[in-house]
Ligand binder design. Sequence first.
Ligand code: APR
Ligand code: ZN
Ligand code: ZN
Length: 362
Amino acid sequence: MAQEVRGVIAPGKDEPVRIETIVVPDPGPGEAVVRIQACGVCHTDLHYKQGGINDDFPFLLGHEAAGVVESVGDDVTDVAPGDFVVLNWRAVCGKCRACMRGRPWYCFDTHNAKQKMTLASTGQELSPALGIGAFAEKTLVAAGQCTKVDPEVSPQVAGLLGCGVMAGIGAAINTGNVGRGDSVAVIGCGGVGDAAIAGARLAGAAKIIAVDIDDRKLETARSMGATHTVNSRTSDPVEAIRGLTGGFGADVVIEAVGRPETYQQAFYARDLAGTVVLVGVPTPEMKLELPLLDVFGRGGSLKSSWYGDCLPSRDFPMLVDLHQQGRLDLGAFVTETIQLDEVEKAFERMHKGDVLRSVVVL
Ligand code: APR
Ligand code: ZN
Ligand code: ZN
Protein backbone atom coordinates (compact mmCIF):
# COMPACT_ATOMS: atom_id res chain seq x y z
CA MET A 1 0.00 0.00 0.00
CA ALA A 2 1.38 3.38 -0.97
CA GLN A 3 1.81 5.62 2.08
CA GLU A 4 1.27 9.32 2.70
CA VAL A 5 3.98 11.15 4.67
CA ARG A 6 5.19 14.72 5.15
CA GLY A 7 8.03 16.08 3.02
CA VAL A 8 9.74 19.41 2.25
CA ILE A 9 8.96 20.56 -1.27
CA ALA A 10 10.54 23.28 -3.40
CA PRO A 11 7.45 24.19 -5.48
CA GLY A 12 9.05 26.57 -8.00
CA LYS A 13 12.08 28.73 -8.73
CA ASP A 14 13.03 30.82 -5.66
CA GLU A 15 9.72 30.11 -3.94
CA PRO A 16 9.99 29.32 -0.24
CA VAL A 17 10.01 25.62 0.57
CA ARG A 18 6.97 24.14 2.31
CA ILE A 19 5.79 20.95 3.89
CA GLU A 20 3.37 18.91 1.80
CA THR A 21 1.86 15.46 2.01
CA ILE A 22 3.62 13.17 -0.42
CA VAL A 23 2.79 9.69 -1.64
CA VAL A 24 5.50 7.06 -1.31
CA PRO A 25 4.83 3.92 -3.39
CA ASP A 26 5.65 0.43 -2.14
CA PRO A 27 9.13 -0.59 -3.28
CA GLY A 28 9.26 -2.35 -6.64
CA PRO A 29 12.12 -4.51 -7.93
CA GLY A 30 15.47 -3.11 -6.84
CA GLU A 31 13.88 -0.48 -4.60
CA ALA A 32 13.62 0.25 -0.87
CA VAL A 33 11.49 2.50 1.32
CA VAL A 34 13.52 4.09 4.09
CA ARG A 35 12.16 5.73 7.25
CA ILE A 36 14.35 8.83 7.55
CA GLN A 37 15.81 9.64 10.97
CA ALA A 38 18.08 12.58 10.09
CA CYS A 39 19.01 14.62 7.03
CA GLY A 40 21.56 17.43 6.72
CA VAL A 41 20.87 20.69 4.88
CA CYS A 42 23.33 21.03 1.98
CA HIS A 43 24.08 23.82 -0.51
CA THR A 44 22.84 21.59 -3.28
CA ASP A 45 19.33 21.64 -1.75
CA LEU A 46 19.42 25.42 -1.93
CA HIS A 47 20.66 25.25 -5.55
CA TYR A 48 17.67 23.04 -6.42
CA LYS A 49 15.30 25.55 -4.83
CA GLN A 50 16.94 28.40 -6.76
CA GLY A 51 16.53 26.54 -10.05
CA GLY A 52 20.32 26.24 -10.36
CA ILE A 53 20.32 22.50 -11.03
CA ASN A 54 17.40 22.09 -13.44
CA ASP A 55 13.76 23.09 -13.87
CA ASP A 56 12.14 19.81 -12.85
CA PHE A 57 10.00 21.37 -10.12
CA PRO A 58 8.53 20.40 -7.73
CA PHE A 59 11.57 18.99 -5.94
CA LEU A 60 11.49 16.87 -2.83
CA LEU A 61 14.59 18.23 -1.08
CA GLY A 62 17.12 16.60 1.24
CA HIS A 63 19.90 14.12 0.47
CA GLU A 64 22.35 13.77 3.39
CA ALA A 65 20.43 11.19 5.27
CA ALA A 66 20.38 8.15 7.48
CA GLY A 67 17.44 6.00 8.46
CA VAL A 68 16.01 2.53 8.79
CA VAL A 69 14.90 0.38 5.86
CA GLU A 70 11.18 -0.21 6.16
CA SER A 71 10.50 -2.43 3.16
CA VAL A 72 12.30 -3.69 0.05
CA GLY A 73 11.33 -5.00 -3.40
CA ASP A 74 11.08 -8.76 -3.91
CA ASP A 75 14.49 -9.20 -5.49
CA VAL A 76 16.47 -7.08 -2.99
CA THR A 77 19.02 -9.06 -0.99
CA ASP A 78 21.70 -6.56 0.07
CA VAL A 79 19.52 -4.74 2.60
CA ALA A 80 16.49 -5.86 4.61
CA PRO A 81 13.78 -4.20 6.68
CA GLY A 82 15.24 -3.00 9.98
CA ASP A 83 18.72 -2.28 8.61
CA PHE A 84 20.21 1.08 9.62
CA VAL A 85 21.56 2.72 6.47
CA VAL A 86 23.21 5.85 5.12
CA LEU A 87 21.82 6.94 1.74
CA ASN A 88 24.03 7.77 -1.24
CA TRP A 89 23.09 9.37 -4.52
CA ARG A 90 24.73 6.83 -6.76
CA ALA A 91 23.68 3.19 -6.77
CA VAL A 92 26.50 1.53 -8.68
CA CYS A 93 25.42 -0.46 -11.78
CA GLY A 94 28.07 -3.20 -11.74
CA LYS A 95 28.02 -3.40 -15.55
CA CYS A 96 29.42 -0.21 -17.10
CA ARG A 97 33.01 0.10 -18.33
CA ALA A 98 34.18 1.63 -15.03
CA CYS A 99 32.51 -1.08 -12.94
CA MET A 100 33.81 -3.83 -15.25
CA ARG A 101 37.35 -2.55 -14.78
CA GLY A 102 37.04 -2.74 -11.00
CA ARG A 103 36.55 0.99 -10.44
CA PRO A 104 32.96 1.16 -9.25
CA TRP A 105 33.49 4.52 -7.51
CA TYR A 106 33.61 6.00 -11.03
CA CYS A 107 30.45 4.10 -12.16
CA PHE A 108 29.17 5.89 -15.27
CA ASP A 109 25.65 4.49 -15.06
CA THR A 110 24.38 4.94 -11.51
CA HIS A 111 20.65 4.74 -10.86
CA ASN A 112 17.85 5.74 -8.49
CA ALA A 113 14.35 4.38 -7.81
CA LYS A 114 12.30 3.80 -10.97
CA GLN A 115 8.89 4.63 -9.50
CA LYS A 116 8.00 8.23 -8.73
CA MET A 117 6.84 9.75 -5.48
CA THR A 118 4.00 12.22 -5.99
CA LEU A 119 2.23 15.14 -4.34
CA ALA A 120 -0.88 13.87 -2.58
CA SER A 121 -2.85 17.02 -3.42
CA THR A 122 -2.34 17.08 -7.20
CA GLY A 123 -0.75 13.75 -8.11
CA GLN A 124 2.15 15.67 -9.63
CA GLU A 125 5.42 13.68 -9.86
CA LEU A 126 8.22 14.82 -7.55
CA SER A 127 11.91 15.13 -8.44
CA PRO A 128 13.86 13.94 -5.40
CA ALA A 129 17.07 15.94 -4.81
CA LEU A 130 20.02 13.85 -6.04
CA GLY A 131 17.62 10.92 -6.41
CA ILE A 132 17.05 10.79 -2.66
CA GLY A 133 14.48 13.31 -1.30
CA ALA A 134 15.05 12.81 2.42
CA PHE A 135 13.50 15.87 4.05
CA ALA A 136 10.57 13.52 4.47
CA GLU A 137 9.39 10.97 6.98
CA LYS A 138 9.96 8.24 4.40
CA THR A 139 11.46 8.11 0.95
CA LEU A 140 11.77 5.67 -1.94
CA VAL A 141 15.27 4.93 -3.29
CA ALA A 142 17.12 2.27 -5.25
CA ALA A 143 18.25 -0.42 -2.82
CA GLY A 144 21.84 0.20 -3.97
CA GLN A 145 21.58 3.70 -2.53
CA CYS A 146 21.41 2.20 0.97
CA THR A 147 24.63 1.32 2.79
CA LYS A 148 24.44 -0.51 6.10
CA VAL A 149 26.54 0.96 8.89
CA ASP A 150 26.93 0.31 12.64
CA PRO A 151 23.45 1.03 14.07
CA GLU A 152 24.99 2.34 17.29
CA VAL A 153 26.05 5.60 15.59
CA SER A 154 23.72 8.59 15.86
CA PRO A 155 21.71 9.13 12.64
CA GLN A 156 22.41 12.87 12.58
CA VAL A 157 26.12 12.14 12.36
CA ALA A 158 25.94 9.16 10.01
CA GLY A 159 23.74 10.96 7.48
CA LEU A 160 26.41 13.59 6.86
CA LEU A 161 28.52 10.94 5.15
CA GLY A 162 25.90 10.89 2.39
CA CYS A 163 27.25 14.07 0.79
CA GLY A 164 29.41 17.02 1.89
CA VAL A 165 31.48 15.40 4.61
CA MET A 166 32.22 12.38 2.42
CA ALA A 167 33.12 14.70 -0.47
CA GLY A 168 35.69 16.50 1.70
CA ILE A 169 37.18 13.48 3.42
CA GLY A 170 37.28 11.63 0.10
CA ALA A 171 38.97 14.58 -1.62
CA ALA A 172 41.86 14.11 0.82
CA ILE A 173 42.07 10.36 1.27
CA ASN A 174 40.75 9.03 -2.05
CA THR A 175 41.40 11.64 -4.72
CA GLY A 176 44.36 13.47 -3.15
CA ASN A 177 45.82 10.25 -1.80
CA VAL A 178 47.24 12.18 1.16
CA GLY A 179 49.85 10.11 2.96
CA ARG A 180 51.71 10.13 6.25
CA GLY A 181 54.03 13.10 6.51
CA ASP A 182 52.51 15.06 3.61
CA SER A 183 51.93 18.79 3.70
CA VAL A 184 48.36 19.68 2.76
CA ALA A 185 46.66 23.02 2.18
CA VAL A 186 42.90 23.39 2.05
CA ILE A 187 41.40 26.50 0.45
CA GLY A 188 37.87 27.20 1.68
CA CYS A 189 36.92 25.90 5.12
CA GLY A 190 33.19 25.30 5.01
CA GLY A 191 31.80 21.84 5.68
CA VAL A 192 33.59 20.36 2.69
CA GLY A 193 36.96 22.00 3.37
CA ASP A 194 36.80 21.11 7.05
CA ALA A 195 36.06 17.52 6.13
CA ALA A 196 39.11 17.57 3.85
CA ILE A 197 41.14 18.80 6.83
CA ALA A 198 39.76 16.00 9.01
CA GLY A 199 40.57 13.53 6.21
CA ALA A 200 44.12 14.84 5.88
CA ARG A 201 44.62 14.45 9.62
CA LEU A 202 43.23 10.92 9.46
CA ALA A 203 45.69 10.11 6.65
CA GLY A 204 48.64 11.28 8.76
CA ALA A 205 49.46 14.61 7.08
CA ALA A 206 52.24 16.35 8.98
CA LYS A 207 51.18 19.89 8.16
CA ILE A 208 47.66 21.03 7.36
CA ILE A 209 47.23 24.64 6.28
CA ALA A 210 43.70 26.05 6.30
CA VAL A 211 42.90 29.04 4.07
CA ASP A 212 39.71 31.08 4.26
CA ILE A 213 38.55 34.69 4.13
CA ASP A 214 36.57 34.37 7.36
CA ASP A 215 38.35 34.12 10.72
CA ARG A 216 35.45 32.21 12.27
CA LYS A 217 35.97 29.48 9.69
CA LEU A 218 39.67 29.37 10.38
CA GLU A 219 39.00 28.84 14.06
CA THR A 220 36.77 25.85 13.32
CA ALA A 221 39.34 24.55 10.83
CA ARG A 222 41.89 24.45 13.64
CA SER A 223 39.60 22.31 15.77
CA MET A 224 39.23 19.93 12.80
CA GLY A 225 42.98 19.42 12.56
CA ALA A 226 44.52 22.41 10.78
CA THR A 227 48.02 23.05 12.10
CA HIS A 228 48.26 26.51 10.47
CA THR A 229 45.73 29.04 9.24
CA VAL A 230 45.88 31.77 6.60
CA ASN A 231 43.32 34.53 6.10
CA SER A 232 43.52 35.12 2.36
CA ARG A 233 41.73 38.45 2.64
CA THR A 234 44.66 39.90 4.56
CA SER A 235 47.59 37.88 3.21
CA ASP A 236 48.56 36.28 -0.09
CA PRO A 237 47.71 32.59 0.34
CA VAL A 238 50.28 31.35 -2.18
CA GLU A 239 53.11 33.20 -0.43
CA ALA A 240 51.83 32.11 2.96
CA ILE A 241 51.59 28.41 2.00
CA ARG A 242 55.03 28.48 0.42
CA GLY A 243 56.39 30.22 3.51
CA LEU A 244 55.02 27.47 5.72
CA THR A 245 56.50 24.70 3.52
CA GLY A 246 60.16 25.71 3.27
CA GLY A 247 59.43 27.96 0.30
CA PHE A 248 58.19 25.10 -1.89
CA GLY A 249 54.42 24.70 -1.61
CA ALA A 250 52.25 21.89 -0.27
CA ASP A 251 52.28 18.31 -1.51
CA VAL A 252 48.51 18.34 -1.88
CA VAL A 253 46.30 21.43 -2.22
CA ILE A 254 42.56 20.96 -1.98
CA GLU A 255 40.31 23.63 -3.45
CA ALA A 256 36.95 23.58 -1.64
CA VAL A 257 35.42 26.83 -2.89
CA GLY A 258 34.85 26.22 -6.61
CA ARG A 259 36.13 29.47 -8.14
CA PRO A 260 38.81 30.21 -10.77
CA GLU A 261 40.82 32.53 -8.52
CA THR A 262 41.00 30.03 -5.67
CA TYR A 263 41.86 27.28 -8.15
CA GLN A 264 44.77 29.42 -9.37
CA GLN A 265 45.91 29.87 -5.80
CA ALA A 266 45.79 26.10 -5.34
CA PHE A 267 47.71 25.57 -8.57
CA TYR A 268 50.60 27.84 -7.50
CA ALA A 269 50.54 26.87 -3.83
CA ARG A 270 51.51 23.25 -4.52
CA ASP A 271 55.05 21.94 -4.62
CA LEU A 272 56.55 20.72 -7.90
CA ALA A 273 55.04 17.34 -8.77
CA GLY A 274 52.33 18.00 -6.20
CA THR A 275 48.61 17.40 -6.52
CA VAL A 276 45.71 19.82 -6.83
CA VAL A 277 42.27 18.47 -5.99
CA LEU A 278 39.21 20.47 -7.05
CA VAL A 279 36.25 19.50 -4.85
CA GLY A 280 34.47 22.89 -4.87
CA VAL A 281 31.81 23.00 -7.56
CA PRO A 282 32.14 25.77 -10.18
CA THR A 283 29.22 27.33 -12.07
CA PRO A 284 28.84 26.99 -15.87
CA GLU A 285 30.13 30.46 -16.79
CA MET A 286 33.45 30.14 -14.94
CA LYS A 287 36.65 29.93 -17.01
CA LEU A 288 40.20 29.15 -16.01
CA GLU A 289 43.30 30.61 -17.66
CA LEU A 290 46.75 29.22 -16.86
CA PRO A 291 50.07 29.34 -18.72
CA LEU A 292 50.25 25.92 -20.35
CA LEU A 293 53.98 25.90 -19.73
CA ASP A 294 53.31 26.07 -15.99
CA VAL A 295 50.83 23.21 -16.26
CA PHE A 296 53.52 21.18 -17.98
CA GLY A 297 56.58 22.40 -16.14
CA ARG A 298 55.29 22.01 -12.60
CA GLY A 299 54.42 18.34 -13.17
CA GLY A 300 52.28 16.39 -10.76
CA SER A 301 48.57 16.01 -11.12
CA LEU A 302 45.48 18.17 -11.38
CA LYS A 303 42.44 16.19 -10.28
CA SER A 304 38.80 16.77 -9.60
CA SER A 305 36.98 14.94 -6.88
CA TRP A 306 33.41 14.00 -7.51
CA TYR A 307 31.62 12.92 -4.31
CA GLY A 308 35.09 12.35 -2.86
CA ASP A 309 35.60 9.46 -5.31
CA CYS A 310 33.85 7.49 -2.64
CA LEU A 311 32.61 3.93 -2.76
CA PRO A 312 29.83 3.96 -0.19
CA SER A 313 30.07 0.25 0.61
CA ARG A 314 33.77 0.68 1.36
CA ASP A 315 33.88 4.18 2.85
CA PHE A 316 30.69 4.72 4.88
CA PRO A 317 31.10 1.79 7.31
CA MET A 318 34.82 2.52 7.67
CA LEU A 319 34.27 6.20 8.52
CA VAL A 320 31.44 5.38 10.93
CA ASP A 321 33.74 2.90 12.69
CA LEU A 322 36.51 5.50 12.95
CA HIS A 323 33.99 7.96 14.39
CA GLN A 324 32.78 5.37 16.91
CA GLN A 325 36.37 4.73 17.95
CA GLY A 326 36.96 8.42 18.57
CA ARG A 327 39.42 8.79 15.69
CA LEU A 328 37.21 11.04 13.54
CA ASP A 329 34.83 13.54 15.11
CA LEU A 330 31.88 13.61 12.72
CA GLY A 331 29.79 15.23 15.44
CA ALA A 332 31.84 18.41 15.05
CA PHE A 333 30.13 19.05 11.70
CA VAL A 334 26.67 19.28 13.25
CA THR A 335 26.13 22.91 14.24
CA GLU A 336 22.46 22.50 15.10
CA THR A 337 19.59 20.07 14.85
CA ILE A 338 16.27 21.36 13.52
CA GLN A 339 12.74 20.24 12.69
CA LEU A 340 11.33 19.52 9.25
CA ASP A 341 9.58 22.91 9.13
CA GLU A 342 12.81 24.85 9.72
CA VAL A 343 14.61 24.11 6.46
CA GLU A 344 13.91 27.55 4.99
CA LYS A 345 15.49 29.23 8.04
CA ALA A 346 18.43 26.85 7.82
CA PHE A 347 19.04 27.98 4.21
CA GLU A 348 19.33 31.57 5.42
CA ARG A 349 21.81 30.64 8.14
CA MET A 350 23.83 28.61 5.66
CA HIS A 351 23.84 31.50 3.23
CA LYS A 352 25.27 33.81 5.92
CA GLY A 353 28.01 31.31 6.73
CA ASP A 354 26.73 30.80 10.27
CA VAL A 355 26.62 27.00 10.21
CA LEU A 356 28.65 24.04 9.03
CA ARG A 357 25.57 21.84 8.96
CA SER A 358 22.00 22.14 10.17
CA VAL A 359 20.56 18.66 10.47
CA VAL A 360 16.85 17.91 10.34
CA VAL A 361 16.01 15.26 12.92
CA LEU A 362 12.76 13.35 12.44
N1 APR B 1 39.05 32.26 -0.62
C1 APR B 1 39.02 31.41 0.44
N2 APR B 1 37.90 30.94 1.00
C2 APR B 1 36.75 31.37 0.47
C3 APR B 1 36.68 32.24 -0.64
C4 APR B 1 37.91 32.70 -1.18
N3 APR B 1 37.93 33.52 -2.23
N4 APR B 1 35.38 32.45 -0.92
C5 APR B 1 34.67 31.74 -0.05
N5 APR B 1 35.49 31.09 0.81
C6 APR B 1 35.13 30.23 1.92
C7 APR B 1 33.93 30.67 2.72
O1 APR B 1 34.27 31.65 3.70
C8 APR B 1 33.48 29.36 3.35
O2 APR B 1 34.11 29.11 4.58
O3 APR B 1 34.78 28.98 1.40
C9 APR B 1 33.94 28.31 2.33
C10 APR B 1 32.80 27.69 1.57
O4 APR B 1 32.08 26.98 2.48
P1 APR B 1 30.53 26.70 2.39
O5 APR B 1 29.88 27.86 1.74
O6 APR B 1 30.08 26.23 3.72
O7 APR B 1 30.46 25.50 1.33
P2 APR B 1 30.75 23.95 1.50
O8 APR B 1 29.51 23.24 1.89
O9 APR B 1 31.97 23.70 2.29
O10 APR B 1 31.04 23.58 -0.03
C11 APR B 1 32.17 24.11 -0.68
O11 APR B 1 32.06 22.45 -2.37
O12 APR B 1 30.37 20.92 -2.64
C12 APR B 1 30.90 22.13 -3.07
O13 APR B 1 28.98 23.35 -3.87
C13 APR B 1 29.94 23.27 -2.85
O14 APR B 1 31.25 24.69 -4.17
C14 APR B 1 30.89 24.40 -2.85
C15 APR B 1 32.11 23.83 -2.15
ZN1 ZN C 1 28.76 1.09 -13.34
ZN1 ZN D 1 24.90 17.69 -0.74
